[in-house]
Design a protein around this ligand. Sequence first.
Ligand code: HEC
Length: 228
Amino acid sequence: MKCKVAWIVAFGCAASLVYGHGDVAPQAVDTTGLPEVGEEWLTENPYRAEAAGEDVWKAAVEIGASGYNQNCARCHGLEVVSGGLAPDLRFLEAEEYGDEWYVERFVEGYTQNGITKMPAFGDLLGQEAAWAIRTYIETRPDDEAMESVTPDLKALRDEMAGYVDDASAADADALIERLSGIAGDIETLSGAPIADSPAYRAAALIDGTPGGYRKAAEALTIGLSAAN
Ligand code: HEC
């Protein structure tokens, strides 16, 4: 049961207070489309682009985003930016050392003096969900880097919004190059080689059609409002 502050004040909520906010049931994650990993827990993320290819990596980021938002965000923060309640997971190294630590916490959770500070997710969500969420976490863009490119991305967004009805004046290759250049300047805090930034997403959506520009402009709008 989830215990809202208002309920504590009005009715008391002893059981939930004991468990803090570790008492919300984990939400299953649909991992359809990701390669199965097997029973035994790995110690290294199998969905990195270097190991699994870019398509698997992209699917893992997508699935991991939803798994993260449902199960982790309330403690570790939206977009993995911690509000101080729990550690900021963006800094966990994207290599075996960080992965081992990640998977231990994911599987075991964390209990201190009999109080569940973080629930155990391993058995309930499974290994594919664990590594998808890991992939999402480690590919978050550095928010300071995002801030410094926001004016450029807004200008590109506005330019592309002008091609939504008629793309004849647009230069797709030049736009992709500019967005990719900006994407290349946005790093992760984990050391993962590619940041899943709005610039990266927008560049991948441009296909020279008005619909592609609309999607790319939308990806920038969504990404920039999330970053601010
Ligand atoms: C109820 C709050 C809560 C939820 C929900 C939660 N965590 Fe945690 N998590 C914590 C706390 C508190 C810690 C710090 C524990 C400690 O002191 O080591 C932590 C620590 C961690 C760590 C170790 C970080 C470090 O830098 O040492 C990882 C990794 C982690 N959590 C991943 C996750 C993932 C992935 C999810 C979602 C599947 C999740 N957590 C959901 C509260 C939570």
